[in-house]
Design a protein around this ligand. Structure first.
Ligand code: GTP
Ligand code: MG
Length: 169
């Protein structure tokens, strides 16, 4: 017997950290050096094979980082959230912490949250150490990963590690 499970996933984080780029890599395996800032939010879906018997369909809300579009409706009934920061911008981790706090207060208590440090291809410009981010994620009970939408490194793993934490029955 095979089964398909469906989950709502929301991407949150400061503008330009690469939320849309991560989704584009995950859904179409593409990357653009010149992506336009998202207006409002974009909706996409992608299905992954978790094991022989299980496929997981993600319904993805790629939100806009620009403050004027901020709207809680995208995470209200989300099963999971990817909160993204840019490893070359330490201020983007502060913004990610703000999002995590907001999710912890306002989202469904069972929400699975993954903190993602994007742009891992820009190692020479790194401002956020792995240790700092990982320690924070551990303290808050979040999954944590680094990825590069540009190279594709770690992108698929973000979604599979979330899928493994979701209730699969
Ligand atoms: P908003 O829609 O404004 O919230 O921004 P966003 O978080 O969706 O960022 P977006 O995906 O539009 O990417 C912003 C810029 O960062 C673009 O110029 C991308 O090409 C670049 N970018 C995204 N991911 C990566 C990455 O992994 N590595 C590098 N080097 N650049 C990236
Ligand atoms: Mg975007």
């Amino acid at each position: 017997m095979s089964r398909q499970l469906q989950f709502k996933l929301v991407l949150l984080g400061e503008s330009a950290v690469g939320k849309s780029s991560l989704v584009l890599r995950f859904v179409k395996d593409q990357f653009d050096d010149y992506r336009e800032s998202t207006i409002g939010a974009a909706f996409l879906t992608q299905t992954i094979q978790l094991d022989d018997a299980t496929t997981v369909k993600f319904e993805i809300w790629d939100t806009a980082g620009q403050e004027r579009y901020k709207a809680p409706m995208y995470y209200r009934n989300a099963n999971c959230a990817v909160v993204v920061y840019d490893i070359t911008q330490s201020s983007s981790l502060d913004k990610a912490r703000t999002w995590v706090r907001e999710l912890q207060r306002q989202a469904d208590p069972s929400i699975v949250i993954l903190l993602c440090g994007n742009k891992s291809d820009l190692e020479p410009r790194r401002q956020v150490s792995k240790e700092e981010a990982q320690k924070y994620a551990e303290e808050e009970g979040l999954l944590w990963a680094e990825a590069s939408a540009k190279s594709g490194d770690g992108v698929h793993e973000i979604f599979t590690s979330i899928a493994k934490k979701l209730p699969l029955s």
